[in-house]
Write a protein that binds this ligand. Structure first.
Ligand SMILES: Cc1cc2nc3c(=O)[nH]c(=O)nc-3n(C[C@H](O)[C@H](O)[C@H](O)COP(=O)(O)OP(=O)(O)OC[C@H]3O[C@@H](n4cnc5c(N)ncnc54)[C@H](O)[C@@H]3O)c2cc1C
Length: 466
């Protein structure tokens, strides 16, 4: 059934070539859903259109930012976004800390660093232009013990190299002035860090996209990509849209090209068009605690630990939210269900898929103690509060309640290395040459979303003949 070829698996750190499979041609018919974004109703049935120049799979912040950028650059072309949920931004983009990161942590010269610093400015401007509320709360990265200070100073240097504005190291007295209930020997003050509701930002990108003529189809879960060789209905246009994108309920749309931004399912979408299963996505759930309203005076802005360089996660932090609440966390535990937000959520396929993957087993072997600790803290609120008391000693277990959770899409290679930067994948051959997969868009991809969108739009222009 399949032909074999080669595709380029492109990590920004380097290039690899692997074997791939390309799928057989197929045709089908269409029935599509109407979409609501926020309070507005956008109908797709007014055009009945099911053929597009570029279809974007995934209505998270990355897919929507890319869709918006593409339609702004190519207003003469037809674009659509396909999202499997009822609402846009239902997963990572709507379940995160809501921080506008300033770009301190990332390796100088990496895409992550460049895109975050650029993305922060673009995000503030976008929010100003589109009346999206945000707060420049600032952030302190706090060294509680003297032994953490050299790592803090390294972070300061990194931030400087990355072009982060306004950074300075402050001492214990100034920490007390800024955060009276926080203790620390030194801290890195990042005044440009802010907070925003990234889910709202993503939906706003979706509205911009639709106002520019783009179409959004929700409840369209893509299950397959196929190429069509025969002309549809004997029309000359028939071959113009050779990729058929099939949905779970047998809906179909046709496209010249496809951009996939599937977040926690980006590896499975890539496999569907013949790409390698690696990098594999493994879900890491992060649970937040909520500070009770009467205790919110304990923290003013963002308070973060000095991160452990062995892990990609920033460590549990104190994060003010736009609604005035205060989130504490998140931890990082293996998720037995991708897109599963409850402690007990379990999906057999996701679990077998992850545990059967050599890369995850190697990671667990290396870091099992950290993993067990995180799991324990996930179940035991007192243990999680103990971590937070390092920074705010007055905090008590009775001051917090369980809060929401998010699941991070962590890309892993076969050696158990966490893939840290953005990854594009695509291919050659009939189907692969018409697909571009964003396989890894890790935190801070929400902050960086408008900068990532520019990079993706450049890549789309390079790869496809638009
Ligand atoms: C706990 C947590 C905290 C974070 N904190 C921050 C932060 O403070 N600041 C920051 O900048 N970043 C943060 N991030 C990172 C940021 O949220 C993500 O990097 C970003 O949201 C990724 O966006 P995305 O569009 O790639 O993925 P998603 O938002 O997950 O979107 C992918 C979309 O694809 C859809 N999809 C998948 N498969 C299919 C299919 N077959 N058919 C149709 N649709 C499909 C999904 O339903 C989903 O809507 C955090 C992430 C987490 C999890």
């Amino acid at each position: 059934m399949a032909a074999h070829g080669k595709f380029v698996f492109r990590v920004f750190a380097g290039n690899f070539v692997r074997n791939a499979t390309f799928l057989k041609p197929h045709t089908a018919s269409a029935t599509l859903q109407t979409t609501t974004i926020g309070r507005r109703q956008f109908s797709t049935s007014n055009t009945g259109q099911t053929e597009f120049d570029v279809v974007i799979v995934g209505g998270g912040i990355v897919g929507l930012a890319a869709a918006r950028e593409l339609i702004l650059r190519h207003p003469q072309l037809k674009f659509a976004v396909l999202e499997k949920e009822k609402e846009l931004a239902s997963h990572q983009s709507g379940h995160n800390s809501g921080v506008i990161h300033s770009g301190i942590y990332y390796t100088p010269g990496s895409l992550k660093a460049r895109l975050c610093v650029e993305g922060l400015d673009l995000a503030y401007k976008y929010c100003d232009d589109n009346n999206i509320p945000y707060k420049k709360t600032g952030k302190l990265i706090v060294a509680v013990e003297q032994e953490e200070v050299p790592r803090l100073e390294k972070l300061y240097e990194r931030g400087q190299q990355n072009g982060v504005r306004g950074l300075r190291i402050i001492g214990a007295d100034e920490i007390r002035e800024m955060e009276p209930h926080c203790r620390g020997v030194k801290a890195l003050d990042s005044p440009n860090t802010g907070i925003v509701d990234w889910g709202e930002v993503a939906k706003s990108y979706g509205r911009n996209f639709q106002q520019s003529g783009g179409q959004v189809f929700t409840q369209f879960e893509v299950t397959d990509f196929k190429t069509t060789k025969e002309s549809q209905g004997n029309s000359a246009e028939g071959l113009k849209y050779p990729v058929t994108i099939v949905g779970q309920n047998n809906q179909t749309v046709r496209a010249r090209y496809v951009l996939a931004c599937g977040g926690l399912y980006s590896d499975r979408l890539a496999e569907k068009s013949g790409c390698s299963s690696v990098p594999k996505i493994v879900g890491f759930r992060g649970d937040y605690l909520l500070l009770k309203p009467e205790k919110c005076h304990l923290v003013k802005g963002n308070i973060y630990p000095v991160p452990n360089p062995a892990f990609p996660f920033l460590g549990v932090h104190f994060t003010p939210r736009m609604d005035g609440s205060m989130w504490l966390g998140p931890n990082a535990v293996f998720a037995f269900k991708r897109e599963g937000y409850k402690l007990t959520d379990f999906n057999l396929r996701d679990t077998v898929d992850a545990l059967g993957f050599k890369g995850l087993r190697k990671l667990v072997y290396k870091h099992w103690q950290f993993g067990v600790g995180e799991l324990w803290r996930g179940f035991n609120m007192a243990a999680q509060v103990k971590q937070l008391q390092r920074y705010v000693p007055e905090l008590r277990v009775q001051d917090v309640t369980r809060g929401p959770s998010g699941v991070r899409a962590q890309a892993l290679d076969e050696e158990g290395q966490l893939v840290d930067d953005f990854v594009f994948d695509g291919g050659v051959g009939e189907l692969g040459s018409r697909m571009l997969h964003v396989r890894n868009a890790p935190s801070p991809a929400a902050t960086s979303s408008l900068a990532i969108a520019k990079m993706i739009a450049d890549e789309v222009q390079n790869k496809f003949e638009l």
